[in-house]
Design a protein around this ligand. Sequence first.
Ligand code: F6P
Length: 323
Amino acid sequence: MPVKRLGVLTSGGDAPGMNAAIRAVVRTAVSYGMQCLGIRRGYNGLINGDIVKLETSDVSGLTGLGGTILHTARCKEFMTKAGLEKARDTCKNRGIDALVCIGGDGTFRGALDLAQYGISCCGVPGTIDNDIACSNYTIGFDTACNTAVEAIDRLNDTMQSHERCSVVEVMGHRAGHLAVYVGIACGANAILVPEKPVDLQKDIVDNIRYARDNGRTHFVVVVAEGAGGAVSLAPRIQEATGMDTRITVLGHIQRGGRPNARDRVTASRMGKYAVDVLAEGRTNRVVGIIGGNLQDYDITEALKMERGLQESMYETARVLTLR
Ligand code: F6P
């Protein structure tokens, strides 16, 4: 059955580029003659009927806008049978036959649940964590990396002046992709990620001591939130090295800001592709990008895949942080 009315929602943590994806979904849907509805506040909007009509004009000027105009949320009620049934009823009452769900793993699990009730769904990976197994890239990652790098460059200046050690915590949830990229880009002296436990003495303290003995006066350590974070790590480094150490938790700064060109273009491509998939009558899919090419996967299969750290990337980080 052809899709007549398409819903689009953003769910989970926001990411720069989500608006560009919404714009692409709406414009592509219109090009197919579909009506488009924006579901507000993630799956909450489906439960409460918080839904707005989206025309082409409603999404103009969105490519460069940070955040998500539809708002986002993590919805506990949607994880219950009663919540899912309310969402299904809303889709039925509003004539929504298909949905594009933009977000991370949790968002895709929600889409899968809804697909069991006969609503065609397609997921689009949008998260700064870059931790979706079926895709080499997720919307927002590059902008978040750049935001963190700019902040750490500033920290580096003041660390140099005061001859201090900066311990910077970046986001990433349970993954270290953001930390590795940011750490390499900043020339960090140590990069800590959840996937690769390190020996504090051997991998950090000895390196700092050696570098100091050879004239280095200031240091930057990048630690992923999933690797224990900066608050617990910094005092241990200070105690072991005797260096004046400062903690910076970059936090939600990494999620905001105008998406860069890569995120705008990737979001636009993925948003269009998701609607193409649904228009072809395929359902229960997640969009991924592998080697620059768009593909789609069965949601259940996609959720079973495991996304480890890219070994060559981590090896680069490891070698370049050696004393
Ligand atoms: O998944 C994106 C993310 O920013 C993670 O990196 C982080 O752990 C989490 O969301 C923070 O969530 P919240 O905005 O609910 O604090």
